[in-house]
Design a protein around this ligand. Structure first.
Ligand code: MRU
Length: 332
């Protein structure tokens, strides 16, 4: 991802490996500061996933892969490391996919650094292909809506939902993006809008509650990412996605989900079986440590919701675009 800094334009990833350390952009500091943090223990990697220093399903997967790399380099019990890293967050399939992928490779004798770098490169390659397939959906003059952040920050580089937008814009198409702010962690406002701004893509941040309002005025296409897609095409994504999909159905707006195969969980039959992460109520009742809710009012904070397959027009993957009824082909 190209990032404009005081000293020019830098090409960086969300997470990478350098001189024995796992490096990542601290996504909690964006958009105000670009802060890079480094870790050399797998336990700290698990904590960085849990506290959302790094976030977004494919980036969580790559970070976990680097965590397994650190575990192997330090000679700790790999099965224990795998269990500890998997316990960091429950919903994103990529976390489990990446840890299992690394565990199998390391046990078979793979070089830890090569294996983890290879995993991250593989994700970036898949996202690039998602961009190529998905950009065909975007036409000049369209109004496109997205939710949360499924950009380069969430996927090591390039993005899933944002990949088609990046590619279409680079190809000279001109369109407009509504990025919904994504309460309570504000990934849409603080990360997606920042990424779109870095690319020079026309956009506006809208409050989550304004999605149907703008759909009625004219939205041509909605693309979101996913954290887990089950065998029947139901999918978990950031809380608020389900509302958008229902409203899109009402207005007849095509709703697409962009994700690499690492996000598909073919072992889970339907979305009812997805574990939804419940996060601290403080994320809702406080902003930057300042209490904004009345004393004594509790808050509920589910991090994701599940959208049924019947509301999805298609899944944009590195293998092409598939209707929910054809999801079996993604497995093949
Ligand atoms: O809780 P987060 O920030 O890790 O949420 C994940 C997401 O960024 C979104 O749900 C996203 O749309 C899918 S991951 C590319």
């Amino acid at each position: 991802m190209k990032v404009r800094t005081g000293g020019g334009v830098k090409d960086i990833r969300a997470v990478w490996f350098d001189k024995g350390k796992v490096m990542m952009i601290d996504q909690r500091e964006l958009p105000h500061k670009i802060v890079t943090v480094s870790f050399d223990k797998y336990q700290d990697i698990a904590e960085a996933i849990r506290n959302m220093t790094t976030r977004g399903a494919p980036s969580i997967g790559a970070t976990a892969a680097y965590g397994m790399c650190l575990a192997a380099l330090s000679g700790v019990d790999l099965d224990k490391a795998a269990k500890d890293i998997k316990a960091a967050r429950p919903t994103a399939n990529d976390l489990f996919f990446a840890v299992d992928h690394m565990l199998a490779g390391l046990k078979a004798g793979s070089d830890p650094i090569e294996a983890a770098n290879g995993y991250a490169d593989m994700i970036v390659d898949k996202c690039t292909k998602i961009g190529e397939y998905g950009s065909a959906l975007i036409k000049n003059g369209m109004k496109v809506m997205t939710h949360c952040n499924a950009g380069a920050l969430a996927t090591v580089d390039v993005g899933t939902a944002l990949a088609p937008m990046r590619k279409a814009w680079a190809d000279g198409k001109r369109f407009f993006v509504y990025a919904s702010e994504t309460r309570p962690r504000l990934q849409g406002m603080q990360l997606t809008a920042w990424e779109l701004g870095q690319e020079g893509i026309d956009h506006a941040i809208i409050p989550d509650g304004a999605s149907a309002y703008y759909m009625e005025k004219g939205v041509d296409l909605i693309i979101t990412g996913a954290d887990r897609i089950t065998a029947n095409g139901d999918f978990a994504n950031k809380i608020g996605t389900f509302d958008k999909a229902i409203a899109a159905k009402h207005f007849g707006i095509p709703f697409y989900v962009a994700a690499p195969v690492s996000t598909f969980d073919f072992d889970t039959k339907t979305g009812k079986d997805i574990v939804i992460e419940e996060r601290s109520e403080k994320e809702v009742t406080e902003i930057y440590g300042m209490k904004i809710a009345p004393k004594g009012s509790p808050a509920l904070n589910p991090a994701f919701d599940v959208t049924p397959a019947k509301l999805v027009r298609g899944f944009i993957t590195e293998k092409g675009i598939f209707a929910p009824k054809d999801i079996g082909k993604v497995k093949q």
